[in-house]
Ligand binder design. Sequence first.
Ligand code: SF4
Ligand code: SF4
Ligand code: FES
Length: 339
Amino acid sequence: MKRHFRVWRGDSSGGDLEDFDVEVNDGEVVLDIIHRLQATEAPDLACRWNCKAGKCGSCSMEINGMPRLGCMTRMSTFTAAETITITPLRTFPVIRDLVTDVSFNYEKARETPAFAPPAGVAPGQYRMQQIDVERSQEFRKCIECYLCQNTCHVVRDHEENKEAFSGPRFFIRAAELDMHPLDDRTDRKQHAQQSQGLGFCNITKCCTEVCPEHIKITDNAIIPMKERVVDRRYDPLVRLGRKIFRRDQLESEGALPSQRTARVTAETPSGRRLPEAPAVGPDGRLDISELAAPSQGGLSPFGEDLTFPLPPEQVTYHHPEPDPTLPQSEPPATGGSNS
Ligand code: SF4
Ligand code: SF4
Ligand code: FES
């Protein structure tokens, strides 16, 4: 059947909604309709997409005013008589048609202090409890579609806040690193409050509502982070210490964070030098050249010259020896029949 669409066409100098009547088939999603338009009536319609599977985060757009992924919005969610209006993300500057300039988010990503591994532990030697892995797993589902960033009223309606506010996507990153048992920085909370603008957030939960990965951004990241900021800032002992001691004394006692600048290096028992974690500046940020590394996806944490699987003598992990005081389980029977 034919359905009525209104699609925003234009660029940074201005534009308008254009009307189309397009054929829609069973099982199609909004991105299919855009592709049909490109193949028929509007070959120059600009739209960003890659995976068509809800995993790359590039087909973000506003559909009837709601920030959504075009490839994950089924046409069956609309009634037959409904006009479907498709517009670009409102928070970011338009490049052309449905394509916006989301570089604000990459700037904010660069400003977020990178993971700081403890001294003497190299990539490949990190060990953490499963419970800690599971705690941050939710945040690592983020596909960087920036629908949450686009929805947050702190920047959606106030361009002037963009400089001081990193947005929900980067609050979950800060929370993830703050919960990470191997992260050596102790000032994540301070940074979230003072540099990322955590205090601007008034917990409206709009970001959580639009997240296609169903990450509980507000409940599991922002609120716990705010609580930890308050714990720290209003802890009566910490406040008293701030009044009594000089800053350099507090730093030497570990009460205030000292910035990590050193590279982490280590050697295996065989003397082979393990790769180094990328250097961060005195402000804890990665140098921009780390992000623009020529190899796609950045440097391998295992180095350039390794082939897998590693020979056993290069594997640094050894399975724990069985405890002789504990009863040993029987090895599984082999060679028997299933009947
Ligand atoms: S909960 Fe906070 S970060 Fe999320 S949309 Fe509301 S103000 Fe923005
Ligand atoms: S947190 Fe959710 S909405 Fe925000 S960028 Fe990640 S996947 Fe998209
Ligand atoms: S095309 Fe990849 S998320 Fe929609």
